[in-house]
Design a protein around this ligand. Sequence first.
Ligand code: NAP
Length: 495
Amino acid sequence: MTSEQFDAVIVGAGFGGIGAAIQLKRMGYENFVILDREDDLGGTWHVNHYPGLAVDVPTTTYSYFFEPNPNWSRLFSTGTEIKQYANDVADKYDVRRHIRFNTSVESARWDEEADLWRVTLADGATVSTRYLITATGFLSQPHMPDIPGITSFAGKIIHTTDWDDAYDPRGQRVAIIGTGATAVQLIPELAKTAADLTVYQRTPIWVVPKLDFKFSARAKRLFARFPVTQRAIRAVTDALYEFFIYVGLHHSKTLFRRLNIGASDLAKMHRFFSIRDPELREQLTPDYDFGCKRPTFSNSYYRVFTKPHVHLQSSGIERVESDGIVNSDGTKTEIDTLVLATGFDLWEANFPAIEIIGRDGRNLGKWWRETRFQAYQGITVPHFPNYLSLASPYAFLGLNFFNTMEYQMRHMDRLFGELKRRGATTFEVTEEANARYLDRMTELIGDSVFAVGNCATSRSYYFNPSGEATLLRPMSTRNAIKEASQYPLSDYRIA
Ligand code: NAP
């Protein structure tokens, strides 16, 4: 039996959910709830707290457009500071009181008779809501590798999303599986105290230098007193990232392919100046194009492999035994601790993160898999009335999540503004508008590194299981924001 009824239910209290809540409040909605399975807000910035965690997008850019933060200590701030920023924004905009922690959502079903979503929670309770917003992020379901024997390991196993803050690697023999963005940050930290560290690399990653610096107390005072100064720096960091992504990733076919090659040259030089041993350099060299997989930024990653107690193991893993790992080259590495920096299940577990059944019993996850991954403007789906999916195919604008959030908030603003103007309560994107957007995205992606580059060996999560690069929205932030403020309202059936 339904116990509570809301105007809106938001699933997820990360930066997506907080942004959606702020937007709802701006539009006058107060009767909404944010449900989150964790015990605190911040999403990925609450869940992840492994040593070395930092953002690798300049923090001048990594914040809501409407809420610059003058307190960032440096250009690439730490995870702790970003979590603090999430707390501060949630408190400033009075979002926290809407959040229910330790509340897992299982599924949501559109009730056609009542024009409501019926949301089922893990404890069996249900709530109903007029509008459903999933802000479950792209990287929220940890990937546990299915390696033979892994459950027989007798030592300590830690996944990076479940870091044990009491764990001290001092004097320990540690192995880490994975060389993604997380591992690139964590490996130099582990190497500081572990007695022995073996890094299991399956696919090398592109690493470029990180041009980081501290903001002086005087700079922070200036940002606080004259926010325009920080906005000016943001304009520069935004423009640089935008240029890099738009030109380097999305327009690889054109003259600008040169930029892509320039970035790989930079990574190559970085390897050359960090590592003397050509064989080791070779082992760390990717054989796919820069940009196929998310590149990383670090000044210490390559250098750490020159330390005598750090070993790169790239022959593969045969099996795990109770006391170590048997490598594919026949050797065995005895270890005390196994760290899994094995990332996330995106396409398998995150599209969508909960079961969602729309009009005519359409199951979103099934439909995406049986047709193609798609969502109009990266936010709405036909047959799913009154539903906004913030973690959609063709939604994410690239390295900076906040740009994505900005256009999604503006999309909400235009849509809900029209509902109010008409005194309406339901919306649903038309099949035609959705098909038009999908065709356009398919065409645009055809010009990107994902289509024209050499990505075959990259094992990149930008590609879905059918081999289509349907994660990123291949356009500039400026254009995405413009579209969010101008899309034809006739693309929606509003009643
Ligand atoms: P990831 O990029 O998916 O990397 C996972 C790593 O684990 C890969 O090297 C993968 O190898 C390896 N792996 C997975 N299963 C394996 C298996 N069975 N055997 C051997 N190796 C296996 O995950 P991540 O490093 O956690 O990063 C995910 C994303 O989080 C990043 O791309 C980034 O968007 C975000 N992130 C951001 C920041 C930041 O500063 N903003 C920091 C950390 C993470 P393959 O490559 O061969 O699959």
